[in-house]
Structure formats: structure tokens, C-alpha cells
Design a binder for this molecule. Structure first.
Ligand code: UD1
Length: 433
């Protein structure tokens, strides 16, 4: 049965929250893990739907997957026997394409269904395929499947035409056991690129320069056992930072790397929030209505596109006129209509949202259009006057672990209930008053 969130708005968030492992790093790392023939142990895994789908898929092709607990998994890729991946579930996640790079890099062949993921733009994968071809692979797309194989993979110099997180990781996977040296120029620099490279290196790969725009990879014969802990999720942390500021709360966000959050912290400080950085935590507080600003999404270290809907929601409640320019994905303003129905004043012109801050939002029935936009609507519901329901929360559950219980522990009032269950709505309203 499909679920929805019901939220009673108006409570400030206070207290501490612990951030889970980074979903987007974990997706690359799980794919990379199948490239060793020894047992690899991965810790700080986020317990979210995309990860669980990828783990089932990895098991489905014959790898041994031993889930020690919700945050630790052991993977052994020596038992892989199937190089074709096509299932309804894998078509729904974006990171299915990492299995192309991992299987191609290890076995020189892979056939994987074209990736799905959030509908936030056209999301081509030409740069991934350009990379595979440069390494000597053939690539054919037929009936929704990508088939790639190589007689022999050899390193090459690859210049990415666009800065792509997925292509950078996929080319690292495909090339780390290729013969000779590969250079990726105009590489993405996101923290999860560095995490995947560190993980591959912990298995014996030779990758240098991850985190800069030039990554140098020297192919090795094989990868070996490793134990690795995934970095904290920058976007989950950012979402709680924005929720703390939007509700005029005071929240200590633990298990973060403050450096990864600088673009978000900088904007929050600019509009008047207080942000304190500690070694592995960050405190965000606000006591009054915040101010306006201009934001443009950019590849790391710029402002992350995955935080665009959340920060726009905060600006919708701030003083004055703000603009938010989306420069990575062309279809990422689908939540604007939902916010407008709550009383926000936002006009979208091309890839720019012009936001006239309003004093308050009012609760209503909403639908999550995608993962991050869904999280933004939760933030809106926390602030709004009265009750908000949000359906299609399966999107939110793709990337946020225990979202409602983490929020409630901070003083939010929200619950997950079945959709169309009028009695559950009444029960919630009676309970929370
Ligand atoms: C990853 C993240 C996603 C995040 C995005 C940008 C995962 C699973 N997803 O997505 O949450 O929003 O990075 O930080 O890690 N492009 C091409 N050709 C390609 C590849 C990309 O033109 O071959 C374009 C895209 O359309 C987009 C831009 O490059 O405009 C960036 O995309 P990319 O960094 O590849 O995003 P994903 O890896 O799909």
C-alpha cells in the first residue's frame, strides 16, 4: 500500500540529528565492490530504497551479498555469473549505469537496462559511453538495453564535454583494471567522486587526483579485499540545515564533513542564519525571518542542484526577492506549483525561479514530484500553518533514511500513513491536537 506523510506545521526544530552515509557515494561504491574477487566490507551504508534495489541487483547477478545489519554489508564478486541486468526495479534507479562500468572493467562485457531515476531533465549518458569507447569498448543501444564489450580495455586520455558525476565515476570503474594509464579531464569534483576513488584505492586501484578536474588512473591487475566506511550524506545534512533555518530552530547536525557543506553554509549565513562548524558536526540556528539572495546551481564546489528545491523553499519564506538559477538539470522546478498552492509567490522563467518571499505558507495536500523536491515539500509542511499531506513519498524514501523519525526527534510532528486513509488522518489530528 502506498503511503503519504501527514505533517502538522508550526514547530521549530531543536536538538541533534545524525546524518546517514552518502547515498550517491554508496551507489558507486557498491558497484565498485563487485570488481574484487575477495570479500569487501562496507560500513555506514544508508538504509534507503535505491541502495536496497542496487544490492538486490548485485545479488541477482550472482555476487554474494551478506547484509550484516542495515548499515553494514559484505560483498564478494567472485561468484558473479550473469552479465545482463534487466529488471523493473533497476530501471527505476539512476545508478544502474555504474554496473556497466564495473562489469565492463572487470569482465569486459555488460548489458544493462537504460537508467531511470528522478525525472528532472533529459539526463543523457553520452559522456559515459564516450569514455567506454575511448577505453576500447563497443557500445550498442537496443530495445532499452545498453550492451558494451571489449576484447581488450586500454587506458586513454578522455576529455569530458560536460562535468558529469556519473560519467566520472563510471570511467574510473571501467578503467581501473584496464591496461596502462587513463586520464579523465574536466572530471567532476564532488565528494562522492573522491569517496569512490578512495574506496577503489583501498582495494588496490591506483587513482590519483580525485577531487580535482584531472584524474589519473594507472590500471592494476586485480582488486582485493577491503573494509571501508562511506562518507556522510552532504544532501541529507543540507536538508536538515535548511529545515532548521526554515523553522527558526536550532539543530546540531552530527556525522558531517563541514567542508562538503560550505556552499550551503555560505548561503545560509548570507541570508542571516547562524552556522557554527565543528570537526564533524554543524549547528544551524535562526531566530527571525531570513533575507533574500541569488543562487545558481553548479558542479561541486558550487551550490548543489540536489539542494535547489530545499533552499528555494526557504527563500519562499524569506524577506524580499530572491532568484534561483538551475544550471544542471532543465526540469527541476516541478515543486514550484505545489509551493504556490501553499501560498508561495514564485515565477519560473526558463531556468530561473523568481521568488517573492511571503510571510507564511498554509498546509494543503501535496504530491512529491521527485526525491529532493519531495524533501523540500516536507520542509514547507513543517513551516506551514495547519496540516499538510504529501503523497508519492516513495521518491523521498529513495534517498532519506528514517526521514520522519529523524524529523520527529527534533520536534517536528509528522507521520507516515496510508494514502486515502481518512481515518488515519483523523486519528493523527486527534492525537496532535
Ligand atoms: C548525479 C547524482 C544526482 C545529482 C547530479 C548532479 C547520483 C546517482 N546522482 O547524477 O543526485 O543531481 O549528479 O550533482 O549520483 N550529462 C550529459 N551527458 C552525460 C552525463 C551527464 O550531458 O553523459 C549532463 C546532465 O544532463 C546534466 C549534467 O551533465 O545536465 C550533470 O549530470 P551528472 O553529473 O552526470 O548527473 P548524474 O550523475 O546523473
Amino acid at each position: 500500500m502506498e503511503n503519504q506523510y501527514i505533517i502538522k506545521g508550526g514547530n521549530s526544530l531543536h536538538g541533534e540529528v545524525t546524518i546517514s552515509g552518502a547515498k550517491n557515494a554508496a551507489l558507486g561504491i557498491l558497484a565498485a565492490a563487485i570488481m574484487a574477487d575477495d570479500t569487501v566490507v562496507i560500513d555506514n551504508l544508508p538504509d534507503v530504497r535505491d541502495i536496497n534495489v542496487l544490492l538486490e541487483t548485485i545479488q541477482g547477478i550472482g555476487a554474494t551479498v551478506n547484509r550484516i545489519n542495515s548499515h553494514v554489508v559484505e560483498i564478494n564478486g567472485s561468484t558473479i555469473s550473469n552479465f545482463t541486468i534487466d529488471s523493473d526495479s533497476i530501471r527505476k534507479i539512476r545508478a544502474s549505469y555504474y554496473l556497466l562500468g564495473a562489469l565492463l572493467g572487470k569482465y569486459a562485457k555488460a548489458t544493462v537496462a537504460l537508467p531511470g531515476g528522478c525525472d528532472i531533465g533529459s539526463r543523457p549518458i553520452d559522456q559515459h559511453l564516450k569514455g567506454f569507447r575511448a577505453l576500447g569498448a563497443t557500445v550498442n543501444i537496443e530495445r532499452g538495453m545498453i550492451d558494451t564489450q571489449a576484447e581488450h580495455l586500454a587506458g586513454n586520455h578522455i576529455f569530458l564535454d560536460v562535468v558529469s558525476v556519473g560519467a566520472t565515476i563510471n570511467i574510473m570503474l571501467a578503467s581501473c583494471m584496464a591496461e596502462g594509464r587513463t586520464v579523465i579531464e574536466n572530471a567532476a569534483k564532488e565528494p562522492h567522486i573522491v569517496d569512490v576513488a578512495n574506496f577503489l584505492n583501498s582495494m588496490g586501484a591506483d587513482i590519483k587526483g580525485a577531487g580535482t578536474d584531472k584524474i589519473r588512473i594507472k590500471g592494476v591487475e586485480k582488486l582485493h579485499a577491503s573494509e571501508y566506511s562511506i562518507i556522510p550524506d552532504q544532501i541529507e545534512a543540507g536538508t536538515f540545515m535548511v529545515a532548521a533555518a526554515a523553522t527558526k530552530g536550532n539543530v546540531l547536525i552530527k556525522n558531517v564533513i563541514p567542508k562538503h557543506l560550505e556552499a550551503i553554509s555560505g548561503k545560509l549565513i548570507e541570508i542571516g542564519a547562524t552556522v557554527e562548524e565543528f570537526d564533524d558536526a554543524i549547528r544551524v540556528s535562526a531566530s527571525e525571518r531570513l533575507s533574500h539572495t541569488q543562487i545558481k546551481t553548479l558542479p561541486y564546489p558550487g551550490f548543489p542542484t540536489d539542494m535547489q528545491p530545499q533552499i528555494a523553499t526557504l527563500l519562499a519564506l524569506s524577506k524580499g526577492t530572491s532568484t534561483v538559477t538551475e544550471s544542471i538539470f532543465e526540469n527541476r522546478f516541478k515543486y514550484v506549483d505545489e509551493l504556490t498552492r501553499m501560498g508561495a509567490s514564485i515565477k519560473v522563467e526558463g531556468n530561473v525561479a523568481i521568488i517573492e518571499g511571503v510571510n507564511e505558507l498554509s498546509g494543503t495536500s501535496l504530491s512529491a514530484p521527485d526525491l529532493r523536491a519531495g524533501a523540500a515539500l516536507v520542509v514547507a509542511g513543517l513551516v506551514a500553518d495547519g496540516y499538510t499531506t504529501i503523497d508519492s513519498i516513495q521518491y523521498i524514501e529513495r534517498g532519506y533514511e528514517c526521514f520522519e523519525s529523524k524529523m520527529n526527534a527534533l520536534g517536528a510532528v509528522m507521520e507516515k500513513i496510508p494514502v486515502d486513509d481518512e481515518r488515519a488522518i483523523q486519528k493523527f489530528k486527534l492525537k496532535v491536537g
